[in-house]
Ligand binder design. Structure first.
Ligand code: NAP
Length: 321
């Protein structure tokens, strides 16, 4: 109830921020000039606004996108309002593990440090489709590509954190839609089974996987004593290109539920807060909505499920190579 009240009114929660807070507001006064960040899907929507605000705070931003034309446009747009911004665009298609590997290789070859990884890119409610590696598209793009990317960039992040003494941060963009998944949470015995495919549940499943991934990685990094935190967020409901497969449905839904919707600057606030705010130092394995910690679903809090998903994802990556 408190969550819905603050969502509708914008009333700030414990953090001092709420649903009405924008990415600029939650990062006001933060100096990110010593940070380098990779933002997947940074060419549009929430990712583009996250990239703009990171650059505004002085961070070196790498927009990782599958469409280089859009990525270069997003870069140009940032530079048009901030001539000193440090922004680069690099090719990444998360639905192809080969492309993920080549992005990671290219990024590492630049010699840049890496402090922050925002696993933001995503697709929603697409008709049944297989990725380049033969995996159902929403699971492949939203979870598996990010799982592999994170693993490939982890050594670089650990090294950066060690050399600079600055805490590294990974943020996974999940969704409240993680509550609406298949009966068993993750359909391990038929992840790409077309006969059981439901576009809404497949999206929910992939967003559940984003939280489970963050939690299991967080546990592993803590065990290792690595100076890197991992958390997941629900950004709110925002009209973006994400709705391309459900545009009419969302337009109609918005008429009846407009009080629950955010604009893009508000939609990027929770990501920016979790990635940059000093009050979150050392915080890991948590889930945030409207810049405040919330409890995710029972499945999302299931440590055994998180471990099982990790092993399953590792196997999928291995079998694709
Ligand atoms: N908007 C919401 O209401 C909402 C709610 C909850 C959670 N989220 C989450 O927030 C994140 C950002 O979504 P958004 O609303 O900002 O949507 P968006 O504007 O569509 O942004 C998603 C980005 O991901 C990119 N992408 C898709 N498939 C990719 C692939 N295979 N490889 C690399 N990049 C790929 C898209 O690139 P293209 O332009 O090339 O497609 C786009 O730039 C998503 O993870 C989404 O699940 C959004």
């Amino acid at each position: 109830m408190v969550g819905i009240f603050s969502l509708v009114t914008g009333w700030p929660g414990q953090s001092g921020y709420g649903s009405a807070s924008t990415a600029e507001q939650v990062t006001a006064g933060i100096d990110a000039s010593n940070l380098t960040a990779v933002i997947t899907g940074g060419a549009s929507g929430i990712g583009a606004e996250t990239a703009r605000v990171f650059a505004l705070r002085g961070a070196h931003v790498i927009i990782a996108a599958r469409n280089m034309e859009l990525a270069n446009e997003a870069k140009k747009l940032i530079l048009s309002s901030n001539q000193t911004a440090r922004v680069d665009a690099m090719k990444l298609d998360l639905s192809s593990l080969k492309s993920v590997r080549s992005f990671a290789d290219n990024f590492i070859a630049t010699g840049l440090p890496l402090n922050i990884l925002i696993n933001n890119a995503g697709v929603m409610f697409c008709p049944y489709q297989l990725s380049a590696d033969g995996v159902e598209m929403q699971f492949a793009t939203n979870h598996l590509g990010h799982f592999y990317l994170t693993n490939l960039l982890l050594d670089k992040m650990k090294k950066t954190a060690k050399e600079t003494g600055i805490e590294g941060r990974i943020v996974n963009l999940s969704s409240v839609a993680h509550l609406h998944t298949y009966d068993e949470g993750i359909q391990f015995d038929g992840i790409s089974d077309q006969t059981r495919y439901n576009d809404k549940k497949a999206y929910g499943q992939s967003k559940l996987a984003n939280i489970l991934h963050a939690n299991e990685l967080s546990r592993r990094l803590q065990e290792e004593g690595a100076n890197i935190t991992v958390n997941s967020v629900h950004p709110g409901i925002i009209m973006t290109n994400l709705m391309r497969h459900s545009f009419l449905l969302m337009k109609v839904l918005k008429i009846f539920t407009y009080i629950f919707w955010k604009n893009v600057p508000q939609g990027a606030a929770t990501t920016c807060y979790v990635a940059l705010h000093p009050s979150l130092k050392g915080t890991m394995g948590k889930y945030y909505i409207d810049c405040n910690e919330m409890k995710p679903s029972i499945f999302a809090r299931d440590e055994k499920l998180a471990k099982k998903l990790w092993d399953f994802s590792e196997l999928l990556v291995k079998s694709a190579q």
